[in-house]
Design a protein around this ligand. Structure first.
Ligand SMILES: *Cc1c(COP(=O)(O)O)cnc(C)c1O
Length: 364
């Protein structure tokens, strides 16, 4: 950076490392390059939807919250429209929540690592503090640890199913956390992968808790089970007061017209395709987990309620060998070994049956 920019920039941003997203680590490049690789590092769903968009009203600004989209998601999740905010991916929801509840350089968020990286990045960008209460060895919440932070944080991020752990948090623990913080902090349940657990079963999703508690927010996305990561569309679900607050902070036209159009179709006409995609993925995931557990270099396979499998290698050198061997064959997976408690761990996103077969062949 030039001297001037260094001097003018917020000092804490000068040395900050941005989120190392799968696409920043390995850019997809042009479509020929993109198609020459097998992408199993960003938990995207395989398969391409075909959508026709209309440019009829493209000279007009879209509605703040496009009608068809809100109606479609309301039907899908069973909440009122006033309890839903459509955003530019769930990532924007994370950022809005932090900006709406945390005063910069005064308030803090709480995270439970190993967890999704964007909570900490968004907090850092905004100048919010970060308190860590790691998950226990069996990847559940440390309730005693959480208790000690009551009154010290404004937002608690829980990821269920967890990324990169893959596991749903026990519903009873989520309720305990919400109870603990009911007078002092919002509890965000990030359900980016909830469809892989059976979205409509009330035991899994935390949306049912919105009627009992004021301090609950649920995050959803179309990037995973709906196979629309390129669209950038997510949803923040909460009681009306929270949605009203977040609506003061979000950009004036957060959802572009083509995005609203495609997302609405995915949530109505293509809903069945999503369920089929999830069923197929879960079958491949079970097979891959079994296969991994039989490999000599694999010492642990984590149970997964999501669209990926996390596993541990026998040693750091085995981890590097596996990762690089796949890379040489143009198969990209994600190294999670720098995360707390995840030494020597790698994560494979469940791609198509053919892609996973190819991966197994390379590793055999
Ligand atoms: C992928 C992911 C997100 C981000 O979703 P987008 O809608 O693509 O921004 C949020 N949380 C978790 C846990 C994720 O894995």
């Amino acid at each position: 950076m030039s001297n001037l920019i260094n001097k003018l920039a917020r000092a804490e941003l000068v040395d900050m490392v941005p989120y190392q997203s799968a696409r920043r680590l390995f850019a997809s490049g042009d479509s020929a390059q993109a198609n020459s690789k097998i992408w199993l590092n960003a938990n995207e769903a395989p398969g391409k939807g075909k959508y026709q968009v209309s440019s009829e009203n493209i000279n007009r600004y879209p509605d703040f919250q496009p009608n068809n989209l809100l109606k479609a998601y309301s039907n899908y999740c069973g909440l009122e429209r006033s309890q839903i905010l459509a955003t530019r991916g769930a990532d924007e929801g994370i950022e809005l929540i932090i900006r709406s509840f945390c005063r910069a350089y005064q308030d803090s968020i709480l995270i439970c690592p190993p967890t999704y990286g964007m909570y900490a990045i968004s907090a850092e960008n905004h100048g919010a503090g970060i308190v860590k209460v790691p998950l226990t060895a069996d990847t559940t919440l440390d309730i005693e640890g959480l208790k000690q932070q009551v009154g010290k944080v404004k937002v608690v991020f829980l990821c269920s199913p967890g990324n990169p752990t893959g596991k749903l948090l026990p519903k009873a623990q989520i309720i305990q956390a919400i109870e603990l913080f009911k007078d002092s902090a919002m509890v965000v349940v990030d359900e980016a992968y909830i469809e892989y657990t059976g979205e409509f079963s009330p035991e899994q999703t935390s949306t049912s808790l919105l009627t009992t508690y004021d301090n609950v927010i649920v995050l959803r996305t179309l990037s995973k089970a709906f196979a629309l990561a390129g669209l950038r569309c997510g949803f923040t679900l909460a009681n009306t007061d929270v949605i009203t607050l977040l609506s003061k902070v979000i950009a004036p036209y957060p959802i572009s017209a083509p995005v609203a159009e495609i997302a609405s179709l995915a949530l109505t006409d293509d809903l069945e395709k999503m369920t089929e995609r999830v069923t197929t993925c879960n079958g491949i995931k079970t097979d891959l987990s079994t296969w991994l557990s039989k490999q000599g270099w694999c010492s642990e396979v984590f149970a997964s309620d999501a669209n990926f499998v996390l596993f541990r290698c026998e040693s750091a050198s085995e981890k590097t060998r596996i990762f690089e061997l796949l890379l040489r064959h143009n198969i990209l997976i994600r190294d999670q070994s720098k995360q707390l408690q995840l030494e020597n761990c790698l994560r494979i996103s469940i791609g198509s049956a053919q892609e996973i077969t190819q991966l197994k062949e390379v590793l055999s």
